[in-house]
Structure formats: C-alpha cells, structure tokens
Write a protein that binds this ligand. Structure first.
Ligand SMILES: NC(=O)C1=CN([C@@H]2O[C@H](COP(=O)(O)OP(=O)(O)OC[C@H]3O[C@@H](n4cnc5c(N)ncnc54)[C@H](OP(=O)(O)O)[C@@H]3O)[C@@H](O)[C@H]2O)C=CC1
Ligand SMILES: CC(=O)N[C@@H](CCC(=O)OP(=O)(O)O)C(=O)O
Length: 352
C-alpha cells in the first residue's frame, strides 16, 4: 500500500495524451497514489517539463521502463502505448501480481488471430490474451470487477457500442443493416507528430478515412456478435473533424418491428442503462453535442425513429480521451478495486 492506504499505481506512456489524462485523473483520485511514470523518448525528463501547467501538482520524473521495478512499486499499472507494445510488457507485470489496464488494442480481442490479421505482430501470449476482459463496464461490469487484465476499448468502439448495445441485446434491429457514421477530433490520433493532424491540414476541413478498412471495425463486430449471439458485420466510416476532443457516432439500423416509436426506444435505452452512471439517455427530440461530454467520463445518447424508412437513428457522444480512453480505464480500475464506478471521475463539462 502507498501513502495513507492508497493503492500505488503507475502509468507507462505518461507523456502521451492518454498518459496526461491519466495523470490528471489519478492525481485527484482518492483511492490511489501515483508513484511511477514511464516512457521511452521522454525518460529522464521531469513531467513538469512536458506539461508545465501541471508542475505544481505532479512532482514526478518520467523513468525508463523497467518491468521488475514497476511491479515492485505498483499494484495497478496503466499501459498507454502505441499498439504492439503492451503484449510484450503485460505478461511480466501480471506474473508479478500487478493488475494491468491496457489502453491500446493489444488485449481487446478474444481471438488473437483477429488481432494479428488487423494489427500484425508475432504473439505468443494466447492464454493471457484469452484471459483479458474487454473494458466496457456497461456490458461487462461483473467480469471487469474480477479481472487482472483489462483491454480497454477504442474510442470509436466505445461511442458506437453504447449506441448499438440495447438494440442488439434486445433483438430490435436487423444487425446487418447497422451503419456507423462517426466523427473524431484530432487528439484521437495521439500526440506524436503526424502531418494530417497539423492545424494547417486539419482546420477548415472534414473528410472520411479508413473507409471499409478501419481497425476499429473488427473490434465493434466482435462485441456486436457477442450481444446478438451470432456473427455480425457492420459498416463503419470514421471522419476527422477540425476540433481537438470529442467523438460523435451516428448509428442507423432498420427496426425489426416498424411499429416501434421513439418513446418505446427511449424507454428501452433507459432500462438498459438504468445502472450505468456514465450513460445519459436524452429525452425525445434532444440530440447530443460533443462539448457536453468534454473533460467528463460521460456518454450522452439521443434516439430517433424515422417512420418513413423504419430506421432507428442513435447519436452517441463521448470525449475520446475520457470515456473513449483514460476515463474509461479509471472506471474499470474502480470496478477492479471494489470502488464506486464514479470515484475520481469528472461529471460536468466545462463548456456552457
Ligand atoms: N488518443 C485517443 O483518443 C485514444 C487512444 N487510444 C490508444 O491509447 C494508446 C495511447 O494513445 P495516445 O495517448 O493517444 O498516444 P500518444 O502518441 O499521445 O502517446 C504515446 C505514448 O507511448 C510512448 N511510447 C511510444 N513509443 C514507445 C516505445 N517504443 N516504448 C515505450 N513507450 C513508447 C510515448 O512515450 P515517449 O514520449 O516517452 O516516447 C507516449 O507516452 C494507443 O494505443 C492508442 O491507440 C485509445 C483510445 C483513444
Ligand atoms: C482521429 C484518429 O486518428 N483516431 C484514431 C483512433 C485511435 C484509437 O483510439 O485507436 P486504437 O486505440 O484502436 O489504436 C484512428 O482513427 O486511428
């Protein structure tokens, strides 16, 4: 145990966008003590050199990644790294008894072959991957609570699956008709320099990318299939929009029963999420704005039916760095630690 009975936690990849959000959340979390920050090119730098505005709160230096050392000092470790690194680190940390939350795609897939088909790599941690729990608490709360390893969902899958889950679980839609049209702010691409994310490239512009081949498609399909009880394929198209934080996923699907009206669906969504403190289903005719979720761990959902086309339209917004990444990981840590799901997580956006 760390200071005053708090659980000692560490972040590997603390210099990145996920890392700095985790620092912000964990420094203010009443159940933990942040004892270790790790990195690669940032190793040796005081965290306050990277993020001077947080220097008065965080007196830690980024350290090299030494797994034995990390395991000796931390009970819970967050891995916030590019894809393909966590599966080389998690086995040692788990063996030493740490709880591990991976923010990358490495432990999101039950089937390791699906991972390698989309992400590449040469993996020999099949049993460990099979033991990982998909970190979407609204669907897998009980399994997360007893997990040692959690593969936290991608940002687009979080927004998309929270929109689709009640519909699939209750068999309300024809699954193959599901179309996910999603938009993300540029922080979704991480902090490393990428030309298309420069202000001069991304500003005043809106476009699709990864059409019919984005890596989040198999992740969304895996969970949709689990909910539907049979294999499901979906159409997923992401877009980059000129803002920093936030995702809007607009999901369209054909209703099995064309007699259902908007209020029926809102009642069903509210029942599905009655024990989910981080999902807010909006009243009829209210559609969510990304800024409502900004800086919070919330997902806002709006539901509409078009009786002319017999389609349901669900709009789901999250902050990609919070419910889409660091916030959700902390939500999972709360469950794994037996704490309230809401502990230490912001509930109110700073926007008007
Ligand atoms: N951004 C988003 O909205 C979301 C991202 N994710 C996933 O979360 C993970 C982190 O993303 P994000 O925070 O955006 O990424 P960033 O690019 O902002 O940060 C990456 C971090 O990884 C570290 N790193 C890079 N290469 C290495 C290496 N070879 N060895 C050790 N550490 C390394 C960097 O450390 P250093 O600076 O020291 O080199 C940095 O701290 C990714 O897997 C991403 O796909 C998931 C959901 C949403
Ligand atoms: C805007 C933007 O570039 N978004 C990223 C989302 C990254 C992410 O969260 O994906 P993983 O965690 O699954 O790697 C993308 O589309 O690749």
């Amino acid at each position: 145990m760390g200071d005053m009975g708090r659980v000692p936690v560490g972040i590997v990849g603390a210099s990145g966008y996920g890392g700095v959000q985790l620092v912000r959340l964990l420094k203010e979390h009443p159940g933990v003590e942040l004892v270790y920050l790790g990195g690669e090119s940032s190793a040796g730098k005081p965290f306050s050199d990277l993020y001077p505005h947080l220097g008065h709160q965080v007196d830690l230096t980024i350290e090299p990644i030494d797994l034995e050392q990390i395991a000796a000092r931390c009970q819970v470790v967050f891995l916030s790294l590019p894809n393909g690194l966590a599966y080389k680190m998690a086995p040692t940390l788990l063996e030493k008894g740490c709880k591990v939350l991976d923010l990358s795609a490495d432990y999101r897939f039950a089937d390791i072959e699906t991972y390698t088909a989309w992400y590449g790599g040469d993996r020999n941690d099949k049993a460990i991957a099979a033991s990982a729990i998909y970190g979407l608490p609204e669907l897998y709360r009980d399994r997360i609570a007893s997990a040692q390893l959690v593969g936290c969902p991608g940002c687009y899958p979080t927004a998309s699956l929270l929109a689709l889950s009640p519909l699939l679980k209750q068999g309300l839609i024809l699954p193959e008709t599901a179309i996910i049209d999603a938009k993300s702010g540029t922080s979704g691409g991480g902090r490393q320099a990428k030309t298309h994310l420069l202000l001069a490239e991304a500003d005043n512009s809106l476009g699709a990318y990864g059409v019919a081949r984005h890596r989040h498609t198999p992740e969304i399909e895996q969970i949709c299939s689990d909910l539907a009880g049979h294999e499901v394929t979906v159409q997923f198209t992401p877009h980059l929009i000129p803002m920093v934080r936030g995702i809007l996923a607009t999901v369209y699907a054909t209703l099995r029963d064309p007699g259902l009206v908007r209020e029926d669906l809102i009642t069903i969504f509210n029942a599905f999420y009655r024990n989910a403190p981080w999902v807010k289903v909006l009243a009829g005719g209210v559609y969510p704005q990304t800024k409502w979720a900004c800086g919070t761990n919330l997902c806002y959902i709006g539901v509409e039916v078009d009786p002319r086309t017999d389609r349901v339209i669900v709009m789901s917004v999250i902050d990609n760095l919070m419910k889409g990444q660091a916030g959700q990981a902390v939500q999972c840590m709360n469950l794994m630690s037996g704490w309230e799901e809401t502990l230490g997580l912001p509930q109110m956006s700073f926007y008007p």
